[in-house]
Design a protein around this ligand. Structure first.
Ligand code: FAD
Ligand code: NAI
Length: 475
C-alpha cells in the first residue's frame, strides 16, 4: 500500500514549498516532491528562485555593485582604493554559498513543519477512489497517493528557435549565473528583467555589454516616464541597448558567438561576442508531469489552465506560480501557494493581482505597483500624477545616489492611489509602503499626512504624494 497524504505538492520552488508549509500549518499531512539536483546530485530545494533565479542573481548584483562602488564611487567619499582586483571564482563561490544557505533553510522549515520531502520527479499515474497516485522517480522509485495535489512545477528559459542553450557560449539564466571569467564582450538578447539584471552584473565587472531588444520601446510594461529615466542611467553606465532589432542567424564556435541581426534602421549588422545570454522570457514547465494521464488541461502555451482560485479542470488538483497565468514572480507564486492551502482547508485565501509589486534590481532599481500612466490613459481613467526627484531628497544626497524619482498616480475624483512607480535608490524597499497603501485603498493624501522619518528615502514617497496635490515642500 502506497504512502497516503492529505496534500501532495509537486515542485519545491517558492510556490510549492510555501504551499506545503502553509498546508502543514493548517493541520494537513503533506508531502512535497522536488527534482532539483545540486552539483553532487543531492536535493536543492527552492526551485528556480533559489538555485538559478532571484537569490543567486541578487548575490551577484550585490557583489558586482560593491566592485563598481569601490572602483568608481568610493573616491567621491574621500576613500581612495588602489590595487583593486577581482576574484570572479570567489564571487561565484560566495553566490553558491548563499544559494546553499537558502536550500538548507527550506530543509529545516520542512522538518519544523513536518512536511515529508521526496527527491525526484513526480508524475501522475492514476486517479482513483478520490485519490491521485503520483510516482516519484528519484534514486529509487515509489508511488504515493494524495487527496489534493498542488502543482508548482515552475518555468524554464525560452530558447530562440534553432538556437538551443549550450550553457557554454549560449547561455540561459543558469549559465549566465555561472560564467567563470569576465567575458570581454557579452551579448544579451532581450532587454527585459533578466537582460538588465545580468547585463548590469557583467558590465560592472568589466564586460562590454550589448543588449538586443526586439521591441521598439524600452521596458514597454513599465511606466514610460520611469523607463526613460532608467534607460538614460543605463546608457550613461555604458550598457549598449539596441531597440527594435530583428535577430537572425546565430553562429557559435570556438571564438565565441556571432549574431546577425537587422537594426531599427533596417540595416543588416552583426554582433560578435564571447558569450551570449538569451533572456526572451520563460515558458511554463510541465515536463514529466504526465498531465495527459489524468487529463489535466493545458493552454496553447503549455501553462496549466486554472481559474481565479488556482483550481484546474480536475477535482482537488490545484496549480500555482510560474506554471499558470499571471506574472512570473516568486512572491506571486508564494501568495498563490498560501491561498490554495487555505482554500483546501475551507478558508478564503485571496491574492490581489492589482497589488503585486515588481522590482528590477539594477542600479538605479526600478519598482512599481498598480497601473502605469499609459494604462490609465488607455482605460480613459481620470487621474492626477505627482513626481518627486531623489535629487531633492537629503538622504539620497548623503548616499551620493540621486538618480531617479518617485511617481504617484491617484484617481482624479477620489484620490485613491492607482499606481506608484519608482526608479532610484532602494526602490525595492520603498515600494513596500506603496503596496500596503494600495492594499488598504489609501489616498495620496493619506501618504502625504503620514510622518516619514528624516532623512530617509521614504520622504520622496511622501513628497510624491504631496506633489499629486501640487504642494511639495522640498522641491
Ligand atoms: P520554480 O521556482 O521554477 O520551482 C519549480 C520547482 O519544481 C523546481 O525545483 C523544479 O525542479 C521542480 N519540478 C518541476 N517539475 C517537477 C516534477 N515533475 N517533479 C518534481 N519536481 C518538479 N522573481 C522575483 O519575484 N524576484 C526576483 O528577483 C526574481 N529574479 C529572478 C532571476 C532570474 C535569473 C530568474 C530566471 C527568475 C527570477 N524570478 C524572480 C522569477 C522566479 O524565480 C519565479 O517566478 C519563481 O521561481 C516561480 O516559482 P515556482 O514555485 O512557480 O517555480
Ligand atoms: P522578460 O519578459 O522580462 O523580457 C524578455 C524581453 O525579450 C522582452 O523585452 C521582449 O520584448 C524581448 N524579446 C522577446 N523575444 C525576442 C527576440 N526574438 N528578439 C529580441 N528580443 C526579444 O523575460 P526575461 O528577462 O527572460 O525574464 C523572465 C521572467 O523572469 C521575467 O518576466 C520575470 O517574470 C522573471 N524575473 C524576475 C526578476 C525580478 O523580479 N527582479 C528578475 C529576473 C527574472
Amino acid at each position: 500500500m502506497s504512502k497516503q497524504f492529505d496534500v501532495i505538492v509537486i515542485g519545491g520552488g517558492p510556490g510549492g514549498y510555501i504551499a506545503a508549509i502553509r498546508a502543514a500549518q493548517l493541520g494537513f499531512n503533506v508531502a512535497c516532491i522536488d527534482e532539483w539536483k545540486n552539483a553532487k546530485g543531492g536535493p536543492a530545494l527552492g526551485g528556480t528562485c533559489t538555485n538559478v533565479g532571484c537569490i543567486p542573481s541578487k548575490a551577484l548584483l550585490q557583489s558586482s555593485e560593491h566592485f563598481e562602488q569601490a572602483g568608481h564611487h568610493f573616491a567621491d567619499h574621500g576613500i581612495n582604493v588602489s590595487g583593486l582586483s577581482l576574484d570572479v571564482a570567489k564571487m561565484v563561490a560566495r553566490k553558491d554559498t548563499v544559494v546553499k544557505q537558502n536550500n538548507d533553510g527550506i530543509v529545516y522549515l520542512f522538518k519544523k513543519n513536518k512536511v515529508t520531502f521526496f527527491h525526484g520527479r513526480g508524475s501522475f499515474v492514476a486517479a482513483k477512489d478520490g485519490l491521485y497516485e503520483i510516482k516519484v522517480a528519484g534514486t529509487a522509485e515509489e508511488t504515493i497517493a494524495g487527496k489534493h495535489v498542488i502543482i508548482a512545477t515552475g518555468s524554464n528559459a525560452r530558447a530562440l528557435p534553432g538556437t538551443p542553450f549550450d550553457e557554454v557560449n549560449i547561455l540561459s539564466n543558469d549559465g549566465a549565473l555561472r560564467i567563470g571569467a569576465v567575458p570581454k564582450k557579452l551579448g544579451l538578447i532581450g532587454s527585459g528583467v533578466i537582460g538588465l539584471e545580468m547585463g548590469s552584473v557583467w558590465r560592472r565587472l568589466g564586460a562590454e555589454v550589448t543588449v538586443l531588444e526586439g521591441l521598439p520601446t524600452f521596458l514597454g510594461a513599465v511606466d514610460q516616464q520611469i523607463a526613460k529615466e532608467a534607460h538614460k542611467a543605463f546608457v550613461k553606465q555604458g550598457l549598449k541597448i539596441e531597440l527594435g532589432v530583428q535577430v537572425g542567424e546565430i553562429k557559435s564556435g570556438k571564438k565565441g558567438v556571432s549574431v546577425a541581426y537587422t537594426n531599427a534602421k533596417g540595416e543588416a549588422v552583426s554582433l560578435d561576442v564571447d558569450k551570449l545570454i538569451i533572456s526572451i522570457g520563460r515558458v511554463a514547465n510541465t515536463i514529466g508531469l504526465a498531465a495527459d494521464v489524468v487529463g489535466l488541461a493545458l493552454d496553447e502555451r503549455g501553462a496549466i489552465v486554472v481559474d481565479g482560485d488556482c483550481k484546474t479542470n480536475l477535482p482537488n488538483v490545484w496549480a500555482v506560480g510560474d506554471v499558470v497565468r499571471g506574472p512570473m514572480l516568486a512572491h506571486k507564486a508564494e501568495e498563490e501557494g498560501v491561498a490554495v492551502a487555505e482554500r483546501i482547508a475551507g478558508q478564503h485565501g485571496h491574492v490581489n493581482f492589482n497589488t503585486i509589486p515588481w522590482v528590477i534590481y539594477t542600479n538605479p532599481e526600478i519598482a512599481w505597483v498598480g497601473q502605469t500612466e499609459e494604462q490609465l490613459k488607455a482605460a480613459g481613467r481620470a487621474y492626477k500624477a505627482g513626481t518627486f526627484p531623489f535629487m531633492a531628497n537629503g538622504r539620497a544626497r548623503a548616499l551620493g545616489d540621486t538618480t531617479g524619482m518617485v511617481k504617484m498616480l491617484a484617481d482624479a475624483a477620489t484620490d485613491e492611489i492607482l499606481g506608484v512607480h519608482i526608479v532610484g535608490p532602494m526602490a525595492s524597499e520603498l515600494i513596500a509602503e506603496c503596496v500596503v497603501a494600495m492594499e488598504f485603498r489609501a489616498s495620496s493624501e493619506d501618504i502625504a499626512r503620514i510622518c516619514h522619518a528624516h532623512p530617509s528615502l521614504s520622504e520622496a514617497t511622501k513628497e510624491a504624494a504631496l506633489a499629486v496635490d501640487k504642494r511639495t515642500l522640498n522641491f
